[in-house]
Design a protein around this ligand. Structure first.
Ligand SMILES: Cc1cc2nc3c(=O)[nH]c(=O)nc-3n(C[C@H](O)[C@H](O)[C@H](O)COP(=O)(O)O)c2cc1C
Length: 226
């Protein structure tokens, strides 16, 4: 935290952009401490990653239980003066329950989805590919899950949604917006092409023009019912 605030934040501040800090912790107190430090340091928004193990509750992720998700949200809200966005975990039975709990606890926005728990085995060594056995699956494979969960959460809460999960193109981003996202984020696609967000932005603009939309905000939740 100290190194980020001392060295990286000033670098980020040189650009005319909104700085979002993503935090994770092992207890509500840890989350609150980080939220306060970052808020005092002047980030624009705090994104709370609740897919981390709750050490006191046997290591179950905060984001898998409505009450612990709400507890972390309230702790960060109480400690910080900047808006708080909570990043939902897709590794749950009903994501709308968590979304409602987080909204009731005072979150200003939601972001979804985080990675899905996956596993691969190297069949030549018969060992799991990852030392931790399981790990987060991201990228194009998870796009349909992101669309489904954003669509479900859009109907459950009224908070702004930052949508992500498998976006590689403007078309993918438009799909997440039609499902209910107010804005979108690009993660894994940047490993292949660091300029992917710019291509996504251009793709959204082309879609808007081709379909006669004046603004991307008109896409949010505009999916038609069957
Ligand atoms: C290498 C890697 C690191 C990540 N680190 C974080 C993190 O620190 N906090 C977090 O909330 N999500 C983290 N994520 C999840 C991504 O932000 C994103 O929610 C997810 O990968 C789905 O989007 P994508 O398919 O565009 O990558 C990480 C994902 C990857 C692949």
């Amino acid at each position: 935290m100290d190194a980020f605030i001392e060295h990286e934040l000033p670098e980020l501040r040189k650009h005319d952009l909104c700085v979002i800090a993503n935090i994770s912790g092992n207890s509500p107190e840890e989350y609150a401490t980080m939220g306060k430090l970052l808020s005092d340091a002047g980030v624009d928004l705090i994104e709370v990653n609740i897919s981390c193990p709750n050490v006191k509750a046997g290591g179950l992720a905060f984001g898998t239980c409505p009450s612990s998700a709400a507890e972390v949200t309230a702790a960060v809200k109480c400690a910080s003066r900047v808006p708080v966005m909570v990043k939902l975990s897709p590794n749950v039975t009903d994501i709308t329950q968590i979304a409602r709990a987080v909204e009731d606890a005072g979150a200003d926005a939601l972001s979804l989805i985080n990675t899905l728990l996956g596993m691969r085995i190297d069949i030549s060594t018969r060992r799991p590919v990852l030392r931790n056995n399981v790990g987060g699956l991201s990228g194009p494979a998870i796009l349909p899950l992101a669309v489904r969960m954003i669509w479900q959460v859009r109907q459950a809460v009224s908070l702004p949604i930052l949508g992500m999960g498998g976006i590689q193109s403007g078309e993918d981003a438009v799909e997440l917006m039609l499902a209910g996202a107010n804005a979108v984020a690009v993660g894994t696609a940047m490993f292949r092409d660091p300029y992917a967000p710019l291509a996504v932005q251009d793709g959204i603009a082309r879609y808007l023009e081709a379909h006669g939309y004046a603004s991307a905000s008109q896409l949010t939740g505009a999916v038609l019912p069957w």
